[in-house]
Design a protein around this ligand. Structure first.
Ligand SMILES: [Zn+2]
Ligand SMILES: [Zn+2]
Ligand SMILES: [Zn+2]
Length: 388
C-alpha cells in the first residue's frame, strides 16, 4: 500500500512538472487533427474541456464523460456504454476507461481495480511520454485509484460512481436500472442463492467464494417445491440469485417451464424492497430446453430480452445457452450471433432429447458473465487466466 502511494505521489510530482514546466504542452506547436487538438484547445484557445469529446476530440458534445472532466460525443457515448462492463478472460476490463477503445492498454495494479487505459489517452490527456513512464513503473495505480484527482488534463470527477450510474440510467436504452458500483473498501463477500444448476465452481474460480478472508456464501437448492417466502428470507439476504434449466445428464422430474416458474417465484422472495440501493443481481440460464412459448414467458416475467451465449470452440457450434439477466454487460458482450442454423439444430436436438443426454453444465458458458460483479463484491486472488 505504502509503496503504491509513494510511487503515485512521485508520478503526480512528475506529471505536475510536465504540466507546468513543459513548453510542449502549454503551447503545442502545430495542432494536428483529432485528439492532439484537445491540449491545444484547452491550453491555448482556453476552450472548456467539457465542450470537447474526451474520447475523440470532437466539438459535437452530447453529454459529459462520467468518470473524468470532459465532454462526450454521441458515437463515443454509444461505444462507452457498450464496453462499460466488458471483461477479458484475464479479469480486466477489455477497453480503455477513458475512450473505450485502444489496442495497447496499461493495467491498473491496484489488486481491487480492473481498469485499463490506452497509450493514446494517457499521452494526449496526461502528457506526452506518460505511457512509457507508466510502463517502466513496477506498481502503477490508475487515475481512478490515485489519491489525488488530477493528472495533466485528466481530472477525475467527484462522485464518479454515482455519475456513472446516472450516466447509464440516462443514456442507456436498456430498461434495466444500473446499480452504483461499490468502492473497494465497502465491498462485501457475495451471498448467492443458486437453484437447480450449481455455480459454485465458477464463482470459486473467479474468486467470489474464497476460503480465507471471509468468503462469500452460496446456498444451492435442487428441489424448491416446498420453499416459501419465509425460508428465503431466513437464508438471505442474497445478492445474486442464479437459476437454470437442469444441466444435461441430470435426472429431472419436471417440464422445462417449471424451472422458470420456480426461479421467478423465489426471485421475488429474494429481491430487496423496491427502490433499495443495494446491488441485487439475478440470472436465469436455459440450456435450450425451453420451448418458444416458455421463452416468451421468461422474457415477460423477467422483463428483459434473453441473449444467446455460444461455445464456438473449433469454429463449430459446440454448445449454447439463453440467458436472462440484469448483470451489466451480459447483453452487450453477446449481442453478436453466430451461425443461426446451427443454433436452431442444437435447439431441436436439445428439445427432442430433453435435458438428459450428455453431461455438461450451462454454468460453464456463463462464467465470464459474472466478472462485472467484481465492481460490487469482494473477491479473492484466483488462478483466473488458467481456469477460464
Ligand atoms: Zn467522441
Ligand atoms: Zn483511451
Ligand atoms: Zn485503478
Amino acid at each position: 500500500m505504502l509503496a503504491t502511494l509513494v510511487l503515485s505521489l512521485e508520478a503526480e510530482a512528475g506529471m505536475d512538472v510536465i504540466l507546468v514546466g513543459s513548453s510542449e504542452l502549454s503551447a503545442p506547436p502545430s495542432p494536428k487533427l483529432g485528439r492532439d487538438l484537445i491540449a491545444y484547445e484547452v491550453k491555448v484557445n482556453q476552450r472548456n474541456i467539457e465542450d470537447i469529446c474526451l474520447c475523440c476530440g470532437s466539438f459535437q458534445v452530447h453529454t459529459q464523460h462520467p468518470l473524468f472532466e470532459g465532454g462526450m460525443c454521441t458515437s463515443c457515448k454509444d461505444k462507452f456504454l457498450g464496453a462499460l462492463f466488458l471483461y477479458d478472460d484475464d479479469g480486466y476490463l477489455s477497453y480503455c476507461s477513458i475512450c473505450c477503445s485502444g489496442e495497447t492498454l496499461l493495467i491498473c495494479e491496484n489488486p481491487d481495480c480492473t481498469r485499463c487505459y490506452c497509450f493514446e489517452c494517457v499521452d494526449t490527456l496526461v502528457s506526452p511520454g506518460t505511457s512509457e513512464k507508466v510502463q517502466a513503473m513496477s506498481n502503477w495505480v490508475c487515475f481512478l485509484c490515485l489519491p489525488f484527482s488530477r493528472s495533466g488534463l485528466l481530472r477525475r470527477r467527484r462522485k464518479w460512481r454515482a455519475r456513472l450510474k446516472a450516466f447509464c440510467d440516462r443514456e442507456s436504452e436498456s430498461p434495466l436500472e444500473m446499480y452504483k458500483t461499490v468502492p473497494v473498501w465497502k465491498r462485501e463477500p457475495v451471498r448467492v442463492l443458486s437453484l437447480f444448476g450449481d455455480i459454485k465452481r465458477e464463482l470459486t474460480s473467479l474468486g467470489f467464494l474464497g476460503t480465507s478472508c471471509g468468503p462469500g456464501r452460496l446456498k444451492h437448492l435442487d428441489d424448491v417445491t416446498n420453499v416459501v417466502r419465509r425460508d428465503v428470507e431466513e437464508w438471505g439476504p442474497f445478492d445474486l440469485v442464479y437459476g437454470s434449466t437442469p444441466p444435461l445428464g441430470h435426472t429431472c422430474y419436471h417440464p422445462p417451464g417449471w424451472y422458470l416458474f420456480q426461479f421467478h417465484r423465489l426471485l421475488q422472495y429474494a429481491r430487496p424492497p423496491p427502490g433499495s440501493p443495494r446491488p441485487f443481481f439475478w440470472m436465469f440460464v436455459d440450456n435450450l430446453v425451453l420451448g418458444t412459448d416458455d421463452q416468451a414467458t421468461a422474457t415477460r416475467f423477467l422483463e428483459t430480452e434473453p441473449v444467446t451465449i455460444q461455445d464456438l470452440s473449433g469454429r463449430a457450434l459446440q454448445d449454447a445457452v439463453h440467458v436472462w439477466s440484469n448483470v451489466p454487460a451480459v447483453r452487450s458482450k453477446h449481442a453478436a450471433l453466430g451461425p443461426q442454423e446451427e443454433l436452431s439444430l442444437l435447439v431441436q436436438d436439445r428439445q427432442r432429447m430433453g435435458p438428459y443426454s450428455q453431461s455438461s453444465g450451462p454454468a460453464r458458458l456463463v462464467k465470464s458473465c459474472f466478472l462485472p460483479l467484481r465492481e460490487y463484491f469482494k473477491y479473492f486472488s484466483t488462478e483466473l487466466s488458467s481456469s477460464l
